[in-house]
Design a protein around this ligand. Structure first.
Ligand SMILES: Cc1ncc(COP(=O)(O)O)c(C=O)c1O
Length: 356
């Protein structure tokens, strides 16, 4: 039976990427050695780093004024590295709170300065993306989370910011063809739309490097990683290689415009069924619904278990909602084909026939 992978992360990767990665584990670049046992200083691996970085620039359509870094520590480590590197002593900084991850970022920023939470959807159980707030022009930066993996909301338009715009794109980077140059710093854990867990992408305007003026530990200073091409220490070789293959795959698929079209079609199909089907309902305001993490609940609590069982029988896995929210969550990352969404929609309509 074919398995349809709806996990929120670590998550589905293109089949060809898995196959090529497996081959590289056996024999990398015809070296007669596994990718897992070679030096990161070999010319073969340096070529991987260079290609990964060039593909990030190309796919996001960013110029040489941006540095691309491959770091460890997950997106969560960026919650503190960003204020450490960008925030000057005594300066204030602005955040928008749209869910669990934004809350985590705010908590860490408070260790370094005065955080102003400009807007929050917490009172509405994070069911919408706040809009129409005023962004002061005397703060160091504005931090937003483009896609809220747990609650299933997503910015469909970004705020026009008079101060540097910093964005956690962990769960929707490379999913749409947007103007990435509106951001001054973008970061993302790889394990949703880019690769396996273990590497975090940071794309930063070079003019922001060293902005805070603080004395920082070597490994926590973006300048170190920029100056050393993300090789100051041993980088996460395997996750970087798999991420590079995924970026190649995106390019081969036709780039972000084509990926965006795929993602739009998948999410429209699923939301249409949620809105039609009497056994389910969406939780997020329609205009803010995520294309990546579709969160929905049963109209009767007793539907929850049997629906998950029906999904499992059809090969659909990873649909349990996050433990803090419950219900269901279907993650529709880039590598998921629309055929998998069709299978899920069939399970939903069959479920309604039997239970509705
Ligand atoms: C939007 C967002 N930010 C941050 C994180 C934390 O990422 P990591 O586990 O790489 O620290 C996640 C994880 O799911 C996420 O979805």
């Amino acid at each position: 039976m074919q398995i349809h992978n709806f996990y929120a992360g670590p998550a589905i990767l293109p089949k060809t990427v898995i196959e090529e990665s497996a081959q590289a584990v056996r024999d990398f670049a015809n070296m007669g050695l596994s990718l897992l046992e070679i030096s990161h200083r070999t010319k073969q691996f340096e070529a991987v780093m260079d290609e990964a970085s060039a593909l990030v620039h190309e796919l996001l359509n960013l110029g040489d004024d941006y540095a691309v870094l491959f770091l460890s520590g997950g997106a969560s480590s960026q919650f503190f590295m960003i204020p450490m590197n960008l925030l000057k002593d005594g300066e204030k900084v602005c955040y928008v709170n749209t869910g669990t991850w934004a809350t985590g970022a705010i908590k860490e920023a408070r260790l370094f300065g005065n955080v102003e939470v400009l807007a929050s959807s917490e009172d509405n159980r994070f069911r919408h993306i706040p809009k129409n707030y005023v962004i002061p022009d005397d703060a160091a930066y504005l931090h937003i989370t483009s896609n809220n993996t747990i609650y299933g909301s997503q910015y469909q338009q970004f705020p026009k910011s008079p101060i540097p715009l910093v964005c956690d794109m962990s769960s929707d980077i490379f999913s749409k063809n947007i103007d990435y140059s509106q951001f001054d710093l973008i970061y993302a854990g790889a394990q949703k739309n880019m690769g396996p867990a273990g590497v975090t992408l940071v794309v930063i305007k070079k003019s922001l490097l060293g902005r805070s003026g603080r004395k920082l530990p070597t490994m926590l200073d973006y300048r170190t990683h920029f100056e050393k091409g993300s090789m100051n220490n041993t980088p996460p070789v395997f996750p970087i290689y798999v991420s590079m293959l995924t970026l190649r795959w995106i390019k081969t698929m036709g780039g972000l415009s084509r990926i965006e079209e795929r993602n739009r079609n998948k999410s429209e199909l699923l939301y249409k069924e949620i809105d039609r089907n009497s056994c389910f309902e969406g939780t997020v305001d329609r205009e803010d619904r995520s294309w990546m993490n579709v969160v929905f609940v049963p109209t009767k609590v007793e539907f929850e278990k049997p629906f998950l069982e029906a999904c499992k029988s059809a090969g659909c896995v990873g649909l349990e909602g996050h433990r803090s929210v419950g219900g269901f969550r279907a993650s529709l990352y880039n590598a998921l084909d629309i055929e998998s969404v069709k299978v899920l929609v069939d399970v939903m309509s069959e479920f309604e026939k039997n239970n509705g």
